[in-house]
Design a protein around this ligand. Structure first.
Ligand code: ME8
Length: 654
């Protein structure tokens, strides 16, 4: 059996896994299942990247030792992958002693080959990204995360990256499939063409890392350490049987990465390997980013969606389907709960789930649970032949798409079959035929045809939705499980005679969108209200913090208002009575700001008003809202909230 070795990035443990990490791992799991169905002996590696300054800092913040910290977060990753049913073959952690030994070994090889020297680095460094910033943004910030880098100076070991410029370019030229998609390939080629600078591969600034042999005080820079996981994860440097396993699996067939780390994988990594005289991976595939609320989902931006709530409400297949179907692999995608639920209800509940339950109900009712077989010589109508043709086309198209990791179109191909089957049932009306004893042969042909189509669709859906596919497979009474189907052999007409359906229940029940949206938001809130880091010791229970949920906050309506008039309230030194235009009405508001602002200063000014506060009387004067101000100093001097840009009256704050 030919082998297929694929990897995900190893994820940093400075934060808990979010939907972005889940995405790459789901894609890898899908490819692994698909390649197995194509007859490959697959090895799927994932893991965690546990060294570096950021991790050490996060641990310190949590008040625990780095090792305890990374153990906890690595376990969170493993638990989540288990919950989601993601089946990797090996989970590598860079804090494993075997990994450290392998990093040291490859370093020695590279050093002996003359590609390492000692030098001084002086320049900008972005701590959260663990990157030297050589090409800052015009504002002088880190090009990856946009935050301000720090100026550092240190003695480092350098890797002669510059020596590989021509060889890398040659390799890209000779192996166009090495970097995909083509946009990333072009990007990398132009980066390399513009000239490669040597790369610093050690640090003396922190100690949480793998010590560099014979260099007191130096630990490996995270990328030299991290990239090597792709070798150690399959036995590099371990000797004996493990080394044989390494020789069998290396080079990797596919490194899946997010587009932000393409340079490390398509430039640094092959250069390290060339220096160590190891073969290069066959391809590095950089996918796009999930955006949430218009920005890349990331911990630092605080716009994170997590997999757990979606899994809890929709199941892992609902999540997998959305991720694979909605994002064109290679491009960015927008995540929204509304889109997720719309897809779930339309594609999974209405189209696929309904097809299965409708068909199985008819088999049960009209043929006592045995899928009928068309009688010999029964005439096949144009409609029957059309379904067969669509099914055969779907199989081919699905494979063509999945072979090039075009999951979205591959799933579309399956949906064209599902749509054809639903249409077929509507048009042939088996429930009408069932009323007529003389039409039983035709009824049998129709139900068999639909069942055969459903079998094919279900087999094709296994890589993307393994649980649902297995369940429908067994509800149909088919032998074994869909993972055993050989895709090359899958074709029309293989549904065995006498197949007896099993007990069935709806696999994708239709969901009440509003209620589920609320439930998802509540679960998400509960999770994010917890520790933002993964700090075991730093974890503060949500309740102890008196967090409010986003729904609580959404209850407060704040709007931009403009003060039309302001007068002092007789007999009350601190109070002003204002008429404030809030867009669709003018409100009377009383506020204790007279000592800080004169009426003249306020008229015409834009202010922030809480508009849904219960009306109340202050010194006998009705107040319909509250003006928002900071309380400054010990006396709590009010300073009104304002905007540095012009904003329209009535605009809502959120
Ligand atoms: O970069 N959309 O780890 P990391 C899609 N340790 N995918 C996303 C994503 C998003 N918004 N956010 C993250 C590291 N990812 C290094 C890797 S490898 C030798 C070392 C996924 O925890 C995507 O795969 O920052 C991305 O490349 C990876 O998580 C980054 O994970």
């Amino acid at each position: 059996m030919p082998k297929f070795y694929l990897t995900t990035p190893i994820y940093y443990v400075n934060a808990r896994p979010h939907l972005g990490h889940t995405y790459t791992t789901v894609v890898a799991d899908t490819i692994a299942r698909y390649q197995r169905m194509c007859g490959f002996d697959v090895f799927f590696l994932t893991g965690t990247d546990e060294h570096g300054e950021t991790v050490a800092r996060s641990a310190r913040k949590a008040g625990v030792e780095p090792k305890a910290f990374v153990d906890e977060v690595a376990a969170q990753y493993q638990r989540l992958w288990k919950t989601l049913g993601l089946e990797y073959d090996r989970f590598i952690r860079t804090s494993e002693p075997g990994h450290a030994a392998a990093v040291k070994k490859i370093f020695q090889v590279v050093k002996r080959a003359g590609y390492i020297y000692k030098g001084k680095y002086e320049g900008l460094y972005c701590i959260p990204c663990e990157l030297y910033v050589t090409d800052p943004t015009p504002e002088g910030n880190c090009p990856t995360c946009g935050r301000a880098p720090e100026r550092v100076q240190e003695e480092n070991l350098f890797f002669r990256l510059s020596a590989f410029q021509e060889r890398l370019l040659e390799h890209y030229e000779k192996h166009p499939e090495f970097i995909q998609p083509v946009t990333r390939r072009n990007e990398v080629i132009s980066f390399v063409r513009s000239g490669l600078r040597d790369l610093s591969i050690s640090r003396t600034r922190f100690g949480w890392g793998i010590p560099v042999p014979d260099e007191e005080g130096h630990v490996f820079y995270v990328w030299f350490d991290a990239l090597t996981n792709y070798l150690t994860g399959i036995g590099y440097g371990a000797g004996g049987a493990k080394q044989r396993e390494f020789s069998r699996l290396w080079p990797a067939d596919l490194h899946l990465v997010g587009k932000e780390i393409i340079r490390q994988h398509a430039v640094y990594w092959p250069a390290f390997l060339l220096a160590a005289r190891l073969p290069l991976p066959r391809s590095v595939w950089a996918h796009g980013h999930w955006m949430f609320e218009q920005e890349k989902m990331s911990k630092s931006r605080g716009n994170i969606v997590r997999a757990e709530p979606v899994h809890r409400v929709l199941g892992s297949d609902g999540l997998r389907y959305f991720l694979l179907r909605e994002m064109v692999f290679g491009q960015d995608g927008n995540f929204s709960y509304a889109a997720l639920l719309t897809r779930y209800n339309s594609d999974l509940a209405n189209d696929y789930g309904n097809l299965a339950s409708r068909l199985l109900t008819m088999v049960e009712r009209y043929f006592k649970g045995e899928i009928p077989y068309p009688s010999a010589g029964a005439d096949r109508t144009a409609e029957d032949k059309e379904v067969e043709a669509v099914a055969e086309k779907s199989i081919t198209r699905f494979q063509q798409c999945f072979d090039r990791y075009d999951f979205s179109r591959g799933l579309e191909a399956v949906w064209s079959l599902i749509a054809a089957l639903n249409k077929y049932l509507v048009e042939t009306e088996p429930w009408e035929l069932a009323e007529d004893e003389t039409r039983r042969a035709r009824l049998a042909t129709i139900l068999w045809t639909a069942a055969e189509g459903l079998r094919i669709a279900t087999a094709l859906l296994y890589p993307a939705m393994p649980t649902a596919s297995e369940r429908i497979w067994s509800q149909m009474g088919l032998e074994g499980d869909p993972s055993q189907v050989k895709l090359d052999e899958l074709s029309w007409g293989q549904l065995p005679t006498g197949t007896r359906i099993g007990p069935f229940e709806s696999v994708f029940p239709r969901l009440d969108k509003e209620a589920v949206l609320r439930q998802l938001r509540e679960l998400e809130e509960k999770l994010t209200a917890g520790p933002t880091g993964a700090a075991p010791g730093g974890a503060v229970a949500a309740d102890e913090q008196n967090w409010i949920t986003i729904d609580d906050f959404a209850k407060v309506e704040m709007r931009v208002g403009e003060v039309r008039s302001a007068d002092r309230v007789a007999g009350a030194q601190r109070l002003l009575k204002m008429m404030v235009d809030i867009g669709d009405e003018v409100r009377q508001i009383v506020a204790g700001i007279a000592e800080a602002y004169s009426p003249e200063q306020l008229v015409g000014r834009k202010v922030v008003i809480v508009t849904n506060l219960q009306p109340r009387r202050i010194r006998g004067v009705e107040s319909n809202g509250m003006i928002v101000a900071a309380a400054v100093g010990e006396q709590g001097r009010p300073v009104l909230a304002t905007f540095s840009e012009d904003v329209p009256v009535g605009a809502r704050l959120k």
